[in-house]
Design a protein around this ligand. Structure first.
Ligand code: GAP
Length: 493
């Protein structure tokens, strides 16, 4: 990782944000090569999802619409989605009932003699109800218990605790702190009435536009809405370079379908997304598919088929893998919540039966900035034969620079031809003109930033109209006529 991080700074991919002030933990700036790489990955995703979506089993393109919703939304969005309530407190989940509790709002009844079952209740539960539940569950008399804050219990003792909505012990997960929402204020008045949040996921912008999408696009189930954009999380431990940042970008698709077809579409999207990551050039043996365990599912995915992650073996992943993308079955959780809180119907009408239902959602959700890191790590190839001892093996379609045009020497005629080639090719491709330093150093630098081709103009080019094209990976050189360069690059890229 240290090699990648220093290369990124040295070659203008990624800088520490506000570097001259010592940086800011969890925030990063993308330099000229970094932003080009990120935009290229973004465009490849957008193309494959929105402009040229996959075909269904009848050979027809799926219907997927693009969206760019705002980062700051009505705070009720986050209340409905569960983020406002759940993101800033320690939460425990019941594995059986799927209920979620704020650990600091529960109290526990623990036996005086510390033997046998303990019981968790909401802190405002009346004593009669508490007493009768303890008795019913075979715990004995309430007088034999002491009342303590649930949050003060050792996690190891949870195995003896009966959760508020169940009668069995050991169903509560350990508390998780969700302190992730960044707060801001909207307008000139400074009071709590104008608190708003920076979105922690782009997904909610899609859910709250579901009705707009249906109405304006005459969309029929199944259809999808896709969005790429910034998300913000006040991560407790931002780490591993840009892997876990506080400001990052997501590429999210919400695929609305009938509940009965959700399992099929989740498999479908898993397959599509796996192939997409491979098409970026990620090595197949470094990608892993992992199904979430019941106890780690997000609240919205508990009732459905769960979530499947696509993971990548980053240099910091040790023996394991780290998440690139989750393909979740969010059930009808989000639309139901928004219907409940906004009072606006979020139903779909089946044209043939007139039946109304709230669609289920399959959500392939990936990190764009995380994709940049995966691609950077994956493309670093050590090779002593290369002038720098390594090169970046970017797939040409995402390489920041597709070709560098290099006049071999400072000579008017050579430079004239090189400039002409550059001015022509730049109309179609991201190319660079470089005339400083020796040609060897220019090759080395282009290997380091992953430029697939170097086009060198020399004395022979003056007479024959041929130039040398050097392939980044093989370092093989071939002579190509200037008139054929455009076609050559088009085929190669
Ligand atoms: N809408 C669902 C959702 O946001 P998530 O698993 O929390 O699910 C989806 O995030 C993807 O966003 C992750 O797989 C990861 O690629 C990326 N991501 C999440 N948190 C991130 C962070 N702090 N920094 C960079 N990328 C992050």
């Amino acid at each position: 990782m240290n090699t990648i991080v220093s290369l990124c700074k040295r070659r203008g991919f990624i800088f520490q944000s506000s570097d001259i002030y010592g940086g800011m933990n969890g925030f990063w700036d993308y330099g000229p090569r970094g932003v080009a790489l990120k935009n290229n990955i973004r465009d490849v995703w957008w193309h494959s999802v929105v402009e040229c979506p996959p075909l269904d089993k009848n050979g027809n393109p799926l219907r997927i619409f693009g969206l760019d919703s705002s980062i700051i939304q009505n705070p009720l969005v986050w209340e409905a989605s569960g983020h406002a309530g759940n993101f800033s407190d320690p939460m425990v989940d019941c594995r059986i009932t799927k209920m979620r509790y704020r650990a600091d709002q529960l109290i526990a009844y623990v036996p005086e003699n510390r033997e046998g079952k303990s019981f968790a209740f909401f802190e405002d539960e009346d004593e009669k109800t508490i007493s009768s539940k303890i008795k019913k569950c075979g715990g004995g008399k309430i007088e034999d218990f002491c009342r303590v804050s649930f949050i003060d219990l050792e996690v190891s003792s949870y195995k003896n605790v009966v959760a508020p909505d169940t009668t069995e012990v050991g169903t509560l997960t350990e508390p998780k702190a969700f302190n992730l929402m960044f707060e801001t204020r909207v307008g000139a008045v400074v009071d709590d009435s104008n608190i708003a949040y920076l979105r922690p996921e782009t997904a909610q912008g899609i859910f709250v536009n579901f009705k707009n999408m249906q109405d304006s696009m005459r969309a029929k189930i199944p259809f999808g809405v896709a969005q790429i954009g910034k998300a913000f999380r006040n991560e407790v431990t931002p780490r591993n370079f840009i892997f876990r940042s506080r400001e990052f970008e997501q590429m999210e698709l919400e695929w609305f379908c009938h509940e009965s077809e959700a399992a099929y579409w989740q498999e479908f999207w898993l397959d599509q997304r796996l192939n997409w990551w491979k098409s970026l050039g990620l090595s197949a043996d470094k990608i892993n598919i992992r199904k979430h365990g019941r106890d780690e599912l997000a609240h919205y995915a508990k009732d459905g088929n769960g979530t499947v992650d696509l993971e990548y073996k980053f240099p910091f992943s040790g023996e394991g893998f780290s998440e690139l993308e989750g393909i979740a079955h969010r059930c009808d959780y989000d639309l139901s919540q928004h219907q409940k809180v906004s009072g606006v119907k979020q139903e779909h009408v089946d044209q043939s039966t007139n039946a109304k239902f709230i669609p289920h959602v399959i959500e392939p959700s990936s990190g764009l900035t995380r994709a940049v890191l995966a691609v950077l790590c994956n493309s670093y190839v050590r090779d002593d034969a290369h002038p720098s001892g390594f090169f970046l093996n970017f797939a040409p379609k995402i390489a920041p620079v597709k070709a560098a045009i290099l006049p071999l020497q400072a000579n008017d005629e050579i430079e004239l031809i090189a400039k002409k080639i550059f001015l022509e090719l730049r109309k179609k491709y991201a190319v660079a003109y470089e005339d400083k330093q020796s040609v060897g150093k220019r090759y080395a630098k282009n290997d380091e930033i992953g430029t697939p081709y170097c086009i060198t103009v020399d004395f022979d080019s003056i007479n024959g109209g041929d130039v040398t094209v050097r392939d980044r990976n093989s370092m093989q050189q071939e002579r190509v006529n200037v008139s054929l360069l455009d076609a050559y690059l088009r085929d190669a890229l």
